[in-house]
Design a protein around this ligand. Sequence first.
Ligand SMILES: *Cc1c(COP(=O)(O)O)cnc(C)c1O
Length: 421
Amino acid sequence: MPVGQEKEKSIAEKREIALKRAAELKSQIKPYLQAREKIPDGFSKWEEIQKRQAAIKKFFQADENEWQDWHWQLKHRITESETLVKILHLSQEEAAIIDKVGAKYRWASSPYYLSLIDPDDSCCPVKKMCIPSKEEILDENGKEDPMAEEYTSPAPAVTRRYPDRLIIKVTNQCAMYCRHCQRRRLIGEVDRVTPRRQLEQALEYVKKNEEIRDVLLTGGDALMLNNDLLDWLLTELDKIGHVEIKRLGTRTLVTMPMRITDALCRVLEKHWPLYINTHFNHPLEITPAVKEAARKLTRTGVALGNQAVLLAGINNDEHVMKKLNQMLLKCMIRPYYLFHAKAVKGTNHFRTRVEEGIYLMEKLRGYTSGLAIPTYIVNAPDGYGKTPLLPQYLVSSSADKVVLRTWENRIIEYRNDEDIQ
Ligand SMILES: *Cc1c(COP(=O)(O)O)cnc(C)c1O
């Protein structure tokens, strides 16, 4: 109500209005609070996860020290359906499908990430993200490289799509190969760290192009590199005066949190300002082990962000999405992007409509902390870049006013010339 048109209310009357509004807000959040209880997460399921970890350790005859060693985790990535049958109690039919799909699209998972899978839940979101399914080979529509990365590489290992920043792909290796991977064409048959010569050429390109102020090391997974190589790369980047910030793209916080060792933190600390973007898609992936790793990184002075992918059957649900982003904040990981799944061949079963993404954004803004709200991004085909999409809050505009829609769908007029002299 416009100030000045009404007689000033008493303090008691104002409090009365505020209490009524608070009651309204309180009832509004109820459906979420009820739904949140039922969404499994890596904290509520930690006991079960630990039991499964004990069983996997027994299978490999490994002790806790080995389990906590990322080299052990990498070396014992599960890559054969026979092993999966034993660990996840799969049927022979399922194993046959995995072998058939696996012949076309590589798969592998760290023992840690496998331990997050509930073998008794046929719809387990973690399972969907890491175990091959027959839908992958039924997909006739997708493209191998919808982003046309091959056409945006001005130097070896470099992808440049923007005026002031670029990506260097430092390896094709990951601790787990996501079934929705956008770069599946590069995963190939074998792990390959980008050859030193190509890394030098990439650094040379950065050096020669003074407008590049932001360099992202990604892959694959940038934290598959050993600490020495990583230290060398970051040191070389620090020597380039115009490089203001470095970023690492890694999913190890999700798939192998033991990668975040004290030794790694000692390396990363030297290269401040450094940002790490990771990739959590479901609350089940957020465990006490993740929280500890994230705590170490933030103490080290690394800023953490999350780049989720909107995936059908995994997180295309307003409550799951809200819980995911709120849990990330509890680990000091700031939701950064929510990517619309691209038309990558073999991933069609994960794709949603764009309207679904916009709906989810609508259900975040206002309903939860602004910090918990990523930017929803559709990647333009052919590498033309990230395109943000939002629900429409501007209803109309005219010479003297705009009509806005608030997060709760209240339509309000807002004078556009009010404060302009
Ligand atoms: C995503 C991306 C970046 C980083 O984009 P930001 O919006 O700055 O996070 C840079 N280069 C390429 C090629 C990318 O795909």
